[in-house]
Design a protein around this ligand. Structure first.
Ligand code: PLP
Length: 418
């Protein structure tokens, strides 16, 4: 049995091997559905860790991957370049705000953050300034490598705290539909930010944040107006801004990027999860031309001396180009809007505390949410609550069956957990 073989050789992520339930053996996945060994069907409402945009085994992405694998699977990217990498960056440039136009590749969200953090520090050090502090929000999550852990706040990272570099953190004014305290929380957060800036502004290299939605800490949302004010305040102290759009990019929040709703653009943006439509690992750290220029000189030492072996893997880039093409279609954009509308309508019916929606992401407070997990699975819903938050983050192709999903969800939530 696969589960038994798995138990002998696999070390699962974020999992206590001694007490965890055996993993579900998944055989295949098509569209919104995942199938286990016994052909039991589950709807993927987590989009396979927030990566899948267009459904599983999308024929166009699969074809692009196959074609590229037969043509050029991989080549080192110093000394060499290739069409899929250049084309992907040209396409993304066409939808990013004009200032974000230099693309640095890596292969996962954490490395895209490491790259952004290192670029931010070196941007200043290339100009003879040693700015060692970073600013971030409480509850932010930016990945599991050391730089990403240092600017993040996951309880998973406690063991490694002695190694972290210094980060100043400010409260995150999470809000929801009908929240009467929003303005008060935002004013408090802005006041805390102001103090941090007044005391340490000169020594802060960059402010890193997940714009609009903090993913890993429980799909916590804040208003675009608040982010705008916070960024404006930080900018007035000449601090670089890093948006971690690893989760929020590529239509997830209803706009192409979360930053499009904020209207103020960063110096660096991190992209990963949805970049290949959920098929292959790939990430980008996109910088403004101004940042890039600070690394140009006659001295090799001012260059950004960083790079990963599978930099700009051609197969992953080709998957991204295919995914981008599907994303830009009116039918996909329509599905994104439909999912948001269904989320809003059905959450108001379910009427649980702290209901919130941002584009295709819906979440609400559900006491002891993980106790419902077995019932969700039984009903064919693959969900993964974060603490007392239950969230629904489906592939965009799921629009057609979202009402059916909510019917099942509603029934389960109205019964008691067991
Ligand atoms: C998932 C995530 C990361 C880390 O990405 P990995 O690919 O898991 O390393 C970083 N930032 C945000 C906002 C994320 O959601």
């Amino acid at each position: 049995m696969l589960q038994e073989r798995d138990k002998k050789v696999i070390w699962h992520p974020f999992t206590q091997g001694k007490s965890s339930l055996p993993p579900i053996p998944i055989k295949r996945a098509v569209g919104s559905y995942i199938y286990d060994e016994n052909e039991k069907q589950y709807i993927d409402l987590v989009s396979s860790w927030w990566t899948n945009l267009h459904g599983h085994s999308h024929p166009e992405i699969a074809a692009a991957i196959s074609k590229q694998a037969n043509e050029l699977a991989h080549i080192m990217f110093a000394e060499c370049t290739h069409e899929p990498a250049v084309k992907l960056c040209e396409l993304l440039k066409s939808v990013l705000p004009g200032s974000l136009s230099r693309f640095f590749f890596s292969d996962n969200g954490s490395t895209s953050v490491e790259v952004a953090v290192k670029i931010a520090y070196q941007f200043w050090s290339n100009q003879g300034q040693d700015k060692r502090l970073f600013l971030s929000f409480q509850g932010g999550y930016h990945g599991d490598t050391f730089g990403a852990m240092s600017v993040g706040f996951s309880s998973f990272h406690e063991t490694f705290r002695p190694f972290f570099f210094n980060t100043l953190n400010i409260p995150f004014p999470e809000t929801w539909i009908g929240d009467t305290m929003r303005e008060e929380k935002e004013a408090k957060a802005l006041a805390a930010l102001k103090i941090s800036l007044e005391v340490n502004g000169q020594n802060i290299a960059a402010f890193i944040l997940e714009p609009l939605v903090q993913g890993a800490s429980g799909m916590r949302m804040c208003s675009p107006e608040f982010v705008k004010k916070a960024i404006e305040m930080a900018r007035s102290y000449n601090i670089l801004i890093i948006y971690d759009e690893v989760m929020t990019g590529f239509g997830r929040t209803g706009s192409m990027f979360a930053m499009d709703q904020i209207g103020i653009f960063p110096d660096l943006v991190c992209l990963s999860k949805g970049l290949t439509g959920g098929c292959l690992p790939l990430a980008l750290t996109v910088a403004t031309e101004k940042i890039y220029e600070a690394f140009l000189s006659d001295d090799y030492k001012t260059a950004f001396l960083h790079g990963h072996t599978y930099y700009a893997n051609p197969i992953a880039c080709s998957a991204s180009i295919a995914s981008f093409d599907i994303l830009m279609r009116p039918s996909t954009q329509d599905n994104i809007k439909r999912i948001q509308q269904i989320h809003e309508r059905r959450l108001s019916e379910i009427n649980l505390p702290k209901s919130r929606v941002c584009g295709t992401i819906a979440a609400f407070h559900l006491e002891s949410a993980s106790k419902y997990k077995a019932k969700f699975l039984e009903a064919g819903l693959l969900l993964r609550p974060l603490g007392d938050s239950l969230y629904i983050l489906p592939p965009y192709s799921t629009a057609e069956i979202m009402d059916e999903v909510y019917d099942k969800l509603h029934d389960i939530i109205m019964s008691s957990p067991n």
